[in-house]
Design a binder for this molecule. Structure first.
Ligand code: C5P
Length: 403
């Protein structure tokens, strides 16, 4: 599967380093040529002899071999690698990578790597959720580093929580997906809508909804980190883009969003409609603030907004991939299937408000990806991880079409 692929496997000083032996075994069994690079601290957790025996190459850890004075070239390693994987990636190495602190062979090799880099963070739960670590991870994601999220469970400290390194099989799966797809999102034009829309009533009031935009923004970051050329059209949210390559267009109302989408949709390869677009807007905009004392009861007349996803479905070109969302409170699957057909979508990402931790204003989501032939249900995950699952499904469909 990975025959002839050159992989630099970076190992940092964390207890999860013992699991990296299994990852190395999976990689070499699949035919990859692996060069292990360890931080000095990693050698306290696992012996270089184990790793060099399995990789059939001397492990590199220092800039020089002490007794021979031989210099190890991080630049050559960076050029040699088709992929660099760092597992476990500790808080300290993540911080050094984010800020270019090249004080060991591993980080220096990272800075010289020409191809994609994937990291599998592992640390104690407090270190993992610390704002500094989260900020550094966001910087790396913005720089295009693939992140195989840490999982939740029992940690070496005895505490329970998020921070366990993903299992070697899962990291291997990411690596295989990367090579299978051959970076197939790279250079693809992706349009994403995100956030709520605000429909103005008067100068100080609007009709809106609780959408935070987190799902759409996570998708934008995830696809940009996979090399896609992303345009993010967003309603009013309080989120920032981390990846400088994301083109952000801010809009307020459904009509403004529709106008912005119409400019971009015809030339995009993939469109993901993650915005919670208001279905209706006030029929009349009142120029001056509506006065309360004038009325006992108020009726607002509404008119329909354009269904952006459905309108794009009508002009969709052969080969364009479109993805919609369905947030349902009941009969989820049936409604999702109806939307798939009615809006001419390739996938509908279904989430129901009945699932705790799913839907609006949460950091997590539990989704089912609905296609005309199958449904894929995932457990409750971080929105960034959910975005990775959606990106995987899109990549799989591109790879399928290419074959
Ligand atoms: O019909 P419903 O609103 O449930 O459909 C949800 C999907 O359609 C989402 O992908 C949403 O972004 C999109 N949509 C849209 N324009 C609308 C309403 C929904 O693009 N006016």
């Amino acid at each position: 599967m990975l025959q002839g692929k050159h992989i630099v496997l970076g190992i940092c000083g964390g207890i999860a380093a013992y699991k990296t032996v299994s990852l190395l075994r999976l990689l070499t069994k699949a035919g990859a040529e692996v060069q292990v690079v360890m931080t000095p601290a990693a050698k306290e957790f696992i012996t270089p002899v184990t790793l060099s025996s399995l990789s059939r190459k001397p492990v590199v850890s220092e800039f020089f071999t002490a007794n021979t004075g031989e210099w190890h070239s991080h630049v050559d390693l960076g050029l040699w690698a088709d992929l660099m994987v760092i597992a476990p990636a500790t808080a300290s190495t993540i911080a050094k990578m984010a800020h270019g602190v090249a004080d060991n062979m591993l980080v220096t090799t990272y800075l010289s790597a020409k191809e994609h880099v994937i990291i599998a963070p592992a640390m104690d739960l407090d270190m993992y959720r610390h704002p500094t670590t989260q900020r550094n991870l966001a910087i790396l994601a913005g720089d295009g580093v693939g992140i195989v999220e840490a999982t939740s469970g029992q940690l070496a400290s005895g505490l329970e929580g998020k921070g366990r390194m993903a299992e070697p099989e899962d990291i291997f799966e990411h690596i295989r997906d990367y090579f299978d797809c051959g970076g197939c999102l790279s250079g693809r034009k992706v349009l994403i809508t995100a956030g709520p829309t605000y429909e103005k009533l008067d100068p100080v009031r609007f009709i809106g909804n609780y959408s935070s935009g987190k799902m759409g923004f996570s998708l934008a970051e995830e696809l940009a980190s996979r090399g896609a050329d992303v345009t993010l059209i967003t309603g009013p949210v309080s989120l920032q883009c981390h990846n400088a390559a994301i083109r952000r267009v801010d809009v307020e109302s459904a009509n403004e969003m529709y106008d912005a989408v119409r400019n971009v949709f015809p030339s995009c390869d993939i469109a993901i409609f993650a915005a919670a677009v208001a279905d209706y807007r006030p029929k009349n905009y009142v120029e001056a603030k509506i006065k309360r004392e004038k009325m006992e009861e108020a009726v607002i007349e509404l008119v329909r907004n354009p269904d952006i996803a459905a309108e794009c479905g009508k002009i969709k070109r052969e080969g364009q991939i479109t993805v919609g969302f369905a947030l349902e409170t009941d009969n989820g699957l049936a409604s999702a299937k109806k939307k798939l057909a009615a809006k001419n979508l390739d996938f509908v990402v279904l989430n129901t408000l009945q699932d705790k931790g799913a839907g609006f204003r949460t950091d997590t989501n539990r989704i089912t990806i609905v296609r005309d032939t199958e449904e894929l249900t995932f457990p409750l995950k971080d929105k960034r991880q959910v975005a990775a699952d959606i990106a995987d499904a899109i990549e799989a469909s591109i790879t399928h079409d290419l074959n």
